[in-house]
Design a protein around this ligand. Structure first.
Ligand code: NAP
Length: 275
């Protein structure tokens, strides 16, 4: 019988997960389908239990459900530390919560040939995505600086992550200096996201050849920040890579099958180019 997978969120209309996962299932000849469902916070527990009762293969969660899911499922250590669940595994009678956002970011860097241990990483932003990225990179041996518009949020995130690695938090006052001291810069703020596509947190004059600039914003595919980075001769990585690789990690958790990453990326890229 066909196995159903799904993403729950609110809003969820624009999720690229169905297109990525359905392309993967088709490429591997698996009798599975992936759908999106609008689920409110209040209905999350009922929806998860319903999915389990109906034999769903697994779930993804997106805004605004990732944090409250912690009280419904058993989070693994990383999801617990990050404070958010984006993947639910139905294992025997258990509901296991994972967070694959950080792994997606880590793999996006590694696939571009970036070495993480002892690298000096500047993360712009201290929101949900920054949290996942900071935990993952600190755990993998990077020296992380979190710089955020609201400095207090950066300090408090750094304090949370510090037990697993080398992390400090700061405001945006000395941004030029912070970029000069880093070899990898990751934008996790929403600056530059559609419709504000002319905005960038950093301009070309602050970057240099060899600097790795990773923008996790994926709409537009090539943000103003990445255009400026290219002008400066920096190495660029776009947010679609992270999106696809976090999805690929969910796929691996649910199915135990190696995900066809190139197929997933091509499917998501095609849809984004049409948007
Ligand atoms: P969030 O929790 O709302 O955090 C937003 C962050 O952006 C905060 O640190 C906020 O600073 C900062 N920010 C917003 N506007 C700013 C401005 N004008 N100037 C400076 N800083 C500003 O959001 P999130 O969930 O972390 O998501 C952030 C972005 O990442 C979104 O564009 C999302 O689509 C993208 N994302 C991509 C992936 C992927 O797989 N590629 C995964 C997750 C998220 P304050 O604290 O000062 O408000």
């Amino acid at each position: 019988m066909k196995i159903i997978y799904a993403v729950f969120g609110d809003p969820v209309e624009h999720s690229l997960s169905p297109v990525m996962h359905n392309a993967a299932f088709a490429a591997l000849g698996m009798d599975c389908e992936y759908h999106k469902f609008r689920v409110s916070k209040d209905d999350l527990e009922t929806a998860i239990m319903g999915a389990r009762a109906m034999g769903f293969g697994g779930l993804n969660l997106t805004i605004p459900l990732k944090e409250i899911a912690l009280e419904i499922v058993e989070p693994d250590t990383l999801a617990h530390d990050i404070g958010a669940v984006n993947t639910i595994e139905f294992k025997d009678n258990r509901l296991i919560g994972h967070n694959t956002d950080g792994i997606g970011a880590l793999r996006a860097l590694q696939l571009s040939g970036v070495i993480i241990p002892n690298s000096r990483v500047l993360i712009l932003g201290a929101g949900g995505a920054a949290r996942a990225v900071a935990f993952q990179l600190a755990q993998n041996g990077a020296k992380v600086t979190i710089a955020n518009r609201t400095a207090q949020r950066a300090h408090s995130l750094a304090e949370n992550v510090n037990p697993v690695g080398d992390v400090r938090g700061t405001g945006l006052d000395d941004l030029q200096e912070l970029v000069a001291q880093s070899n990898i810069m990751i934008n996790t703020t929403s600056v530059g996201m559609h419709p504000d596509i002319d905005k960038t947190p950093i301009t070309a004059d602050m970057m240099r050849p060899g600097l790795v600039v990773f923008d996790i914003v994926y709409n537009p595919l090539k943000t103003r920040l990445l255009i400026e980075a290219e002008t400066a001769g920096a190495i660029i990585i776009d947010g679609l890579k992270m999106l696809v690789l976090q999805g690929a990690e969910s796929f691996r958790i649910w199915t135990g099958v190696e995900p066809p990453v190139k197929v997933m990326e091509r499917a998501a890229r095609t849809v984004l180019e049409l948007m």
